[in-house]
Design a protein around this ligand. Structure first.
Ligand SMILES: [Cu+2]
Length: 504
């Protein structure tokens, strides 16, 4: 199964894929990214848009949207239209290190790659179906002819396995839109992507950074890599296809004006909360909202099938959490098996191998006191094999034995601290809550190391789970350091060139 980078490299040539991105806003493709008129690549003057009116050279500036962890979809001009190519196909997705699930997406990515166009563009999108069943592509909120709407059986025949449908339309709208399969259960397998329509005239006030984040949820039972698309409860919550701590922080420079575009397609609504800042909601899935509707907020409820744009000046330095505030959406691999298995003093058989346990219980039955509740399946996060043994970090005898008690874990890179709990914790009704095995005792800073995480507080990754990421508001020197590290990584930025100096 190919990963996203391989896809870009193989299908388009990495150079071609990246070269197409700077040309998003230009009619002609230019070989070199444009600089500011004064050659100032960093634009660190006049940062505070709340105090300063945009200078003339900035007045009409549209910055490209960054979608961390999601590639940008390149295009080429063919017969007067920007032509894109989307391939619906199965994707093996790594939600956090070691946790792979089988999703469905586009071009090796779930969510699919981000499409960015300009208002007024003629666009052609070739959709190939490499799924084992029919699919259809809907352009959510697009005011286009019915024949292009993608309603299977309504406006077109479903796209058969191995089949192709070519969509073509002229876009007069502007805003945060998205594309998705119009087969309901395929939506729950990940088949959505961001479709950004940049306005002819940049919105006022202009922003320095513009990010899009797609909110998704999956129900993945232990030892089953396939999401249950009919489930009503979800244990893996993702931002752009990653769960915390594998999400990539949004890195901005102190006093940047920032736009965040949240897109939700799933079974739940998500109240997205930003720490340390007050924002205004400037747009919805229908486009820009008038300033008269803007009011101060720090949480925006992104409903199913909705998009919400929020804007603010990042004037408060720090590493600020952005997260869904539903408590169950702030964790990974939720399960109800926390209990004796993680706390027994002598360990407990819980999922033995073929020879030791399969169908051959020596004592009691599967749910008896002699056997752990995970009989036959592993405990999930970080487990490199299916079978594990109880007696986890919260057991009474854990001190000094944590790692031996959890075979199969990647102890090299997992930071397994002793839990900070009272000696009588096991006798307190309700224990454990946040001290369970996936909690603070287990951080994976090294496993998710990347430039955007540089300088975070050690152990941070033990506290970032589910729909969580950071807004990192960095002073200029640290910001420049992180950007330089990103540039150096394989000679290429993690996801796309920042292009903050691109102008129309
Ligand atoms: Cu949520």
């Amino acid at each position: 199964m190919k990963n996203r980078r391989d896809f870009l490299r193989n299908a388009f040539g990495l150079g071609a894929g990246l070269a197409a991105v700077p040309s998003l806003f230009a009619a002609k493709q230019s070989p070199e990214p444009a600089k500011d008129a004064d050659g100032d690549m960093n634009m660190n003057m006049d940062r505070d848009r709340t105090r300063a009116r945009p200078s003339p050279r900035r007045a009409n500036r549209v910055v490209p949207v960054q979608t961390p962890d999601i590639p940008q979809l390149p295009w080429q001009m063919v017969d007067g239209a920007k032509e894109f190519h989307l391939i619906a196909e199965p994707v093996k997705q790594q939600l956090i290190p070691g946790k792979f699930v089988n999703l469905w997406g586009y071009n090796g990515s779930a969510p699919g790659p981000t499409i960015q166009v300009n208002q007024g563009d003629r666009v052609r999108i070739i959709v190939d179906n490499h799924l084992p069943e029919p699919t259809s592509m809907h352009w959510h909120g697009f005011e286009i002819p019915i024949a292009m709407d993608g309603g299977p059986g309504i406006s077109q025949d479903p796209i058969a396995p191995g089949g192709r449908f070519v969509y073509e339309f002229t876009l007069h709208q502007a805003g945060t839109f998205f594309y998705h399969s119009h087969m309901a259960m395929q939506e729950m397998m990940g088949m959505i992507g961001a479709f950004i329509m940049h306005p002819k005239e940049a919105y006022d006030p202009v922003v320095d950074k513009d990010f899009a984040i797609i909110l998704q949820e999956f129900a993945v039972l232990p030892n089953n890599p396939n999401p249950n698309s009919m489930n009503m409860e979800f244990n893996w919550l993702t931002l752009n296809g990653k769960s915390g701590p594998a999400t990539t922080p949004l890195v901005v420079r102190l006093n940047d004006r920032v736009r965040l575009r949240f897109i939700n397609l799933g079974m739940d609504h998500h109240p997205i909360h930003l720490h340390g800042h007050t924002f205004v909601v400037t747009g919805s899935e229908g486009g820009r909202q008038p300033k008269t509707t803007w009011g101060p907020k720090n949480t925006v409820l992104v409903g199913v099938a909705e998009a919400s744009d929020v804007e603010f000046v990042a004037n408060n330095p720090g590493d600020w959490m952005i997260h869904c505030h539903l408590p169950h959406h702030m964790m990974n691999q939720m399960s109800s098996v926390a209990g004796r298995m993680t706390r027994g003093s002598n360990g407990m058989p819980a999922g033995l191998g073929m020879t030791e346990g399969m169908g051959m219980l020596r004592q009691g039955n599967a749910t008896s006191a002699e056997n752990g509740p995970s009989l036959g399946r592993g405990m999930g996060v970080g487990s490199t094999r299916d079978q594990t043994v109880g007696n986890g970090p919260l057991s009474a005898t854990q001190t000094g034995h944590v790692t031996e008690n959890m075979p199969g874990m990647n102890h090299e890179e997992m930071q397994m601290a002793a839990p900070d709990v009272t000696p009588d914790a096991n006798s307190v009704p309700g224990f454990p809550q946040d001290a369970f095995m996936e909690g603070p005792a287990m951080a994976m800073d090294k496993m998710v190391e990347k430039p955007e995480n540089y300088g975070l507080r050690p152990g941070w990754s033990g506290f970032m789970q589910g729909m969580m990421t950071f807004l990192r508001v960095l002073p200029p020197d640290l910001y420049d350091t992180v950007m330089a590290m990103r540039e150096q990584q394989n000679g290429k930025p993690t996801t796309m060139p920042e292009m903050q100096h691109q102008h129309r």
